[in-house]
Every structure is written in structure tokens, then in C-alpha cells.
Design a protein around this ligand. Structure first.
Ligand code: SF4
Ligand code: FES
Length: 577
């Protein structure tokens, strides 16, 4: 008997057949199929209120008795964001009736909207602007005075330009449903309606910046980005949070080597639609005046600038001299570094001293893990976890060092003991220390334990170890290089370089690679199938890691890579003049 394959249920939107799963709304099916239905108040991460009315569609459903299509709801327009689909439904967002509604809604929304696109930060990424081209009228029929509303300071990061607000209430729902803090509310009625905070309760929760992303118009603005850059000048690079263990998927917006802002990328397994403010605003150290920019060596006890070639020679000479007579090298790899950085630096350390001790640097913790909204189950779809661990890659560094050393690396406290903390006895005579933290990170414990050992410091910000180190090599922040981080959920995620590294600094992976080449063992990696790269290439290094160490095979199979270029569809057709 011939078997029949059940066909997936489908609906038709604007003549296009679209499969659906039970419970989806028309708008969700359209969004998944790439069919544009205008929408303001709807957001995948928030409850559905169907208040803006721009998504209304004409809907027909088959009569179960005879299969004939009949107008749904007596032919009234239906909010597509709220209406769940049923098999055989036929939907039009481009019928004369639906288009008439879109024009009416746009006209209504623009009645009191100021014509200030030229000075509005949202210009270029504004749904009101886009939809007014696509769905609005060409002219305004409104002759009267527009209602003027105030600008308000809502919190540490957020400004409100009230008269641009279209009352979609996305921001209000976010503070009620996602953070559970409910700072925002709708005040007043009719054309006097305004978004506001409750008296004395600014919106300063840990996720407050997300309301700026949620606002479909230029009403909620980022104080940090205000008037900094027109959005069409920004280049976008897909990246991963380099400050905490959460591994949030982010987009770095930059122009001419300068970072301007961080936005979330959607990843339902990691950060959903959101990022914390510490991830959004924590990147300022990248452009700090305190960045280390050139290698330095101690000359007559004074740190003196030198070039990388000389610094590398001095590193190898200095370490070999210090460990002569049976002593050892110790390398402390910071949890702020990528897996590739850890691999190349530890390989270089083992190439200088095959007995080199491998250790993980201090892992900063702040408070305890927290789930919002308060009391929510971590696994519930709306819950968002804020990690206390403020380093992106402690797990990845441990994994790599274990793969190279064959045993778990020393944790920071044990490394301090191995350096002689408390006893003064240690067989480590030379140390490579890496930092790359966004602020001062060294403690007096480390300085004391280092004693008079030969010290190579690889760091990004000038700290107290700079004067103490025999050689200083300036490193790169994660935004200035590519690599892989392993987050708190053991997810390996690759990130791309967004901007060039500052002045004469180099990525830590590049420094490790340079040392390996100086030691003349680059060729061994070549034999393992890796390219003999003298220029760091994260993908080639991951392949090399997987080929040379079976325990690191995951770097060949399980690293998720970001989209190489973030595509943005043009808002309008380009007109050839
Ligand atoms: S401020 Fe923005 S997000 Fe909030 S209701 Fe107004 S338009 Fe919507
Ligand atoms: S998106 Fe459907 S009513 Fe607003």
C-alpha cells in the first residue's frame, strides 16, 4: 500500500504559502517566512497587547462544512500579532482595506510627531521613518498646533523625548515582564499620554539599556550614544560579550577604529533578545588613555620602550637564564583571554620550558548569580540570568591548558602558593603574567609572591606590575582580535575582530605565535595540518588545536561562529538618478 506523507499545515499570506506550528500568530508566521507586515507594539520577547493597530490584516478562513473561504470575524480587520493561525487561512496585508488602515494608523501616529528626523539619533533605524515611507501618506493633512511634550531624564542611561513616543508600551512591558522592576508607566490619556517613571524611581535596573533597543522610534535614547554618530556611518561586527561569563551575543557598532555602541544579537539559547548594562557600557577601557601601546624592557632599572623583535629576544633570553639550574617557568593565563590566545601563549611557554607550570589567572566575581524577574525559574522562557563571574573565558582557558598540559591547570590561589606565597620556597624562577581586565586587577598578594622573579607582563592597561616587570608586552582587547570564548554554559562561541588593535600593541595570540616562530618550531604546527601562519588567524589556530591535541577536538567541531557580515536590508529602493 502506498504510504502518504502528511503535509504540514499552512496558511497563505499575500499569496505566499507559509507552514506554521500550532499556537503561532499570523505575524509570527509572516516574520518567520520573511513577509513584512508592519508592526510596532509586537515583540517576540514581550506579551501581546495589539495596541498600535498597524498590523491589521484582512483574513479569510475555510468554512469547515463546505471548504469555501469566508471572511473571518465578519470581514473586520484582524490584529495579525494577536490572531493565532488555523489551517487554510488566507491573509492579506496588502489588500485595499489593509492598506487603508496602515495609512490611517500612520497618519494618526504622525499627527503630533515632531518633524525632527535630521536631529534624531534614531534616524536611519527608525520604524516610524521607514513605515512612513512604505505605508504612510505623502502629505500631512494636519493643520493644527502639534501637542508638545517634554524631554525627561529617566535614569542613568536612558533619556525620553516624549513627543516622539507612539505609545507602543514595549518599554513599559519590558520593565514589568522581563526585569520585574516596573519603573515605567503610562501617564495621562489621549494625546496627553506620556511614558514616565514613578516619582523618585529612575530606571536603573541591570538591563535598563534594552528599553532603548525596544523603542521602535527615537523616543527612548541612549545618553551614551546621544549625538555621537549617524547610524548609517556605523559598521557592525558580530561579537561575544568579553566581560562576563554569560557569553551574550552582541553586535559592536564602530566607525574608523572607534567603538560607539554595543547592541544585543538574538540567541535564544544564551541571551535571548537582551544584554545587561555592564556588557552594553563596559567597553570604555578599550579607548582608555591608560592603554599599553608599546613593548617595554627594563634598562638600568627603568622601563624603556623597545620594539617587539627585541622584546621577544629578551623574553626568551631572560626566561632561559632565570630557569637555568633546574628552575621552572610559570605562565598565568588570564580568564579574559580567548582559547586561541591561551593555546598559543601556553605552547610558547612550553616551547621555552617543557616543564612550565600552567595556571589560570584570577577570576573576578561580583555578588551572586541572579535571575530576573525576581523569583523566576532560570529555565522559564522570560527569565534572564546575570552571572556573578566577570570573566568571559575561565572555562575555555582551563580546557585549553588541560589539553596542553595533560592535567588541570593550577587555579590562581594555588599558583600563588607555587610562587612561594607564605613559605618563600618555589622552584619557579620566571613568570609570564597576562591580564587584559577592564580595570585594575592585580593584588598585593601577586606582587609579593612574584618577589624578584624574572617577570614578563602581557597586559592592556597600565597597572602596578608595569614598573615591576622586566618585559612588558602590550596586548589587545577582545574587540581588537578574533577568537573563541567558552561561557558559563560551556558553549564555545567565536567572535570577530571589530577594530584594529591600538597603536603598536598586538593580540596575545599573535604574541604567542611570534614567540613560537622565534623559537623555530612553527614548522611542527605546519606538519599537523595548520597553515604556517606568521599572522594570527583564529580559525587556523582552532584547526591546529583540534589536530594536535585530541582533547581539544571540540575546537574543530563545536565552535559556533557568528554571521560574517550582518546584513541590513535597505529601507528603500535605491533610485538611479
Ligand atoms: S517610549 Fe518608545 S518603547 Fe516606550 S511606549 Fe513610547 S514608543 Fe514605545
Ligand atoms: S503589532 Fe499588532 S497591533 Fe501592534
Amino acid at each position: 500500500m502506498a504510504s502518504t506523507t502528511p503535509t504540514a499545515p499552512s496558511i497563505t499570506i499575500n499569496g505566499i504559502k507559509c507552514p506554521f506550528t500550532a499556537g503561532q500568530t499570523i505575524l509570527q508566521v509572516a516574520n518567520a517566512a520573511g513577509i513584512e507586515i508592519p508592526q510596532y507594539c509586537y515583540h517576540d520577547g514581550l506579551s501581546i497587547v495589539a495596541s498600535c493597530r498597524i498590523c491589521l490584516c484582512e483574513v479569510w478562513t475555510p468554512n469547515p462544512k463546505n471548504g469555501q473561504l469566508e471572511p473571518f470575524m465578519g470581514g473586520k480587520l484582524v490584529p495579525s500579532c494577536q490572531q493565532t493561525v488555523s489551517a487554510g487561512m488566507v491573509v492579506y496585508s496588502d489588500s485595499p482595506k489593509a492598506i487603508a488602515n496602515q495609512k490611517a494608523v500612520m497618519e494618526y501616529l504622525l499627527i503630533n510627531h515632531p518633524l525632527d528626523c535630521p536631529v534624531c539619533d534614531q534616524s536611519g533605524e527608525c520604524f516610524l521613518q521607514d513605515y512612513s515611507y512604505q505605508y504612510g501618506r505623502g502629505v500631512s493633512r494636519f493643520q493644527e498646533q502639534k501637542v508638545k511634550q517634554p524631554k525627561k531624564d529617566l535614569g542613568e542611561h536612558v533619556l525620553l523625548y516624549s513627543d516622539r513616543c507612539i505609545m507602543c508600551t514595549r518599554c513599559v512591558r519590558f520593565t514589568r515582564e522581563v526585569t520585574g522592576t516596573s519603573e515605567l508607566m503610562v501617564m495621562g490619556r489621549g494625546n496627553k499620554e506620556e511614558i514616565d517613571i514613578f516619582p523618585g524611581v529612575p530606571i536603573n535596573n541591570e538591563l535598563s539599556g534594552n528599553v532603548i533597543d525596544l523603542c521602535p522610534v527615537g523616543a527612548l535614547l541612549d545618553k551614551d550614544f546621544l549625538f555621537q554618530q549617524r547610524v548609517w556611518f556605523l559598521k557592525e561586527t558580530a561579537s561575544i560579550d568579553g566581560l562576563t561569563a554569560s557569553g551574550d551575543n552582541i553586535r559592536i557598532d564602530h566607525n574608523e577604529g572607534r567603538i560607539y555602541r554595543i547592541k544585543p544579537r538574538i540567541n535564544m539559547q544564551v541571551n535571548k533578545w537582551w544584554i545587561t548594562d555592564e556588557v552594553r557600557y563596559g567597553w570604555k577601557f578599550v579607548h582608555s588613555d591608560q592603554r599599553l601601546r608599546t613593548p617595554m624592557r627594563k634598562q638600568y632599572g627603568v622601563p624603556t620602550e623597545c620594539d617587539f623583535s627585541r622584546a621577544y629576544e629578551l623574553v626568551v633570553e631572560g626566561v632561559k637564564k632565570a630557569i637555568g639550574g633546574g628552575k621552572r617557568l610559570g605562565i598565568m593565563v588570564s580568564p579574559m583571554l580567548s582559547c586561541e590566545d591561551a593555546y598559543l601563549l601556553a605552547s610558547a611557554a612550553r616551547a621555552i620550558d617543557p616543564k612550565a607550570i600552567l595556571a589560570v589567572g584570577p577570576v573576578p566575581m561580583r555578588g551572586a548569580d541572579k535571575v530576573v524577574p525576581a523569583g523566576a525559574d532560570e529555565k522559564s522562557p522570560r527569565a534572564f540570568k546575570i552571572h556573578a563571574e566577570k570573566a568571559p573565558n575561565a572555562r575555555g582557558v582551563r580546557r585549553v591548558l588541560k589539553g596542553i598540559g595533560g592535567q588541570a591547570p593550577l587555579e590562581y590561589s594555588d599558583f600563588l602558593k607555587a610562587l612561594g606565597q607564605g613559605t618563600g620556597a618555589s622552584d619557579i624562577a620566571a613568570v609570564i603574567v597576562t591580564g587584559n581586565h577592564p580595570s585594575a586587577w592585580t593584588t598585593s598578594d601577586l606582587t609579593i609572591a612574584l618577589g624578584g622573579k624574572f617577570l614578563v607582563l602581557i597586559d592592556t592597561l597600565a597597572g602596578e606590575l608595569v614598573d615591576r616587570a622586566d618585559i612588558v608586552l602590550p596586548g589587545a582587547t577582545w574587540m581588537e582580535k578574533s577568537g573563541t570564548f567558552e561561557n558559563a554554559g560551556n558553549r564555545l562561541q567565536a567572535f570577530d575582530r571589530a577594530i584594529p588593535v591600538v597603536e603598536f600593541a598586538r593580540g596575545e595570540g599573535q604574541i604567542g605565535l611570534d614567540l613560537l616562530h622565534l623559537l623555530g618550531i612553527g614548522g611542527e604546527y605546519e606538519k599537523a595540518g595548520a597553515t604556517r601562519a606568521s599572522v594570527y588567524d583564529a580559525l587556523a589556530i582552532r584547526r591546529q588545536m583540534a589536530a594536535m591535541h585530541p582533547e581539544l577536538g571540540v575546537f574543530g567541531t563545536e565552535v559556533s561562529t557568528p554571521p560574517s557580515a550582518i546584513e541590513r536590508p535597505a529601507d528603500m529602493q535605491v533610485v538611479e538618478l
